[in-house]
Design a binder for this molecule. Structure first.
Ligand code: ADP
Ligand code: ADP
Length: 226
């Protein structure tokens, strides 16, 4: 198992957001996390990323206990998070945004090779590498946010609502891109409101409801059982 989340409890003040989450991701999989707004999907991703500390439970990555590890150290271990909302630095260029994603790396050649790898995966970003990120379309900004996460050479990519607010044609191209990223050997844990599209892409899925996982199955079975 690449990622194993065990009996995770998270509170915001005295509001309970997660109540005993158990979740596994195998190497090479795309796993979808579905469920209504407020179910706890983002909280789960942020806790795995080391941005929120759980009250109880544990998180294992590659058999290492990362439960109390903080954000930057989690990235250095090989987990990248792309938060909701196409977060890019709009007054920096595309290339500068990508360079920021390589903060865990010191070897210049390695950074440049990674940049080239990213540009092959995202040719539109290469064409626009000297353009300010704020001038890109919404879809391109989302691609840039994902590409920035990929700069740190992660094995596991956590994606929070990558299709949110994008026109249908762009949603399609984001999902195709996620498939390509997975084919490049990355494991993906994907949070989506767009359940059907996510399940067409994913191998397995979890459905959350008010802080709990209420259903877990193969993507095929979840698709047939709406
Ligand atoms: P989802 O990603 O499934 O929409 P979230 O993880 O964002 O769900 O939210 C889970 C629960 O935690 C919700 O009840 C939400 O209102 C609450 N919550 C999320 N963020 C905060 C916060 N910063 N402070 C207080 N409550 C929060
Ligand atoms: P948004 O509303 O998300 O900002 P638009 O629908 O306005 O995006 O599209 C902006 C431009 O992006 C369009 O001219 C479209 O041709 C172009 N575009 C097409 N495919 C992609 C893609 N895969 N990624 C980003 N932009 C794309």
């Amino acid at each position: 198992m690449l990622l194993s989340v065990k009996d995770l409890f998270v509170n915001y003040g005295n509001v309970e957001a997660l109540h005993g989450i158990n979740l596994n991701v195998r190497e090479g999989e795309i796993v979808a996390m579905l469920g209504a707004n407020g179910a706890g999907k983002s909280t789960t991703l942020m806790t795995i990323s080391g941005l929120i500390n759980p009250v109880k439970g544990s998180i294992f990555y590659n058999n290492m206990d990362i439960t109390t590890m903080q954000g930057h150290d989690v990235v250095a271990q090989g987990i990248a998070q792309v938060p909701e909302g196409r977060r890019v630095f709009s007054t920096l260029t595309v290339q500068e945004n990508l360079d920021l994603g390589a903060f865990t790396m010191t070897d210049k050649d390695r950074i440049n090779r990674r940049l080239e790898w990213n540009f092959e995966l995202f040719p539109r970003l290469k064409e626009r590498k000297d353009q300010l990120a704020g001038t890109l379309s919404g879809g391109e900004q989302q691609m840039l946010a994902i590409a920035r996460g990929l700069m740190a050479h992660p094995k596991l990519l956590l994606l929070d609502e990558p299709s949110l607010g994008l026109a249908p044609i762009l949603v399609k191209s984001i999902f195709e891109k996620i498939k390509e990223i997975n084919a490049e050997g990355l494991t993906v844990l994907l949070v989506e409101q767009n359940a059907r599209a996510a399940l067409k892409l994913a191998h397995r899925g979890y459905v959350m409801e008010v802080g709990r996982i209420v259903l877990e199955d193969s993507a095929d079975k979840l698709l047939k059982n709406p």
